[in-house]
Design a protein. Sequence first.
Length: 124
Amino acid sequence: MEPLIKAEIEQDVYQFLIDEFKEQKSTLRIINGMPDHVHCLFLLNPKKSVSEVIKQVKGHSSHMINQHDLLNQKFAWQVGYGAFSVSKSNIKKVYQYIKNQKFKHRDKSLQDELESFRKLHDIG
């Protein structure tokens, strides 16, 4: 993963994502991330699948980033994504986790974080 979402364009990128979540009628609770990835907490439109919404959000935001020439190169999100359902009782915890992304990643990379998550939840 390349660190393409620099501070100068971060808010524009997030706004493109926000706009498309609205278009997909999937309520976005919070968005935050790092130069090489983004975390979003949203309520899925019950008439759509996660894959449909993510495909549209990634596609639209890539198109807008390129159309607005935010980078000196063509932008595309990585292939694939990670998605996890969250119980209502854990929404506040996940919200805080996403809110504190920049602080958390000072000490732990995304790969380290994912590996810890896999071990904690016994995921292959």
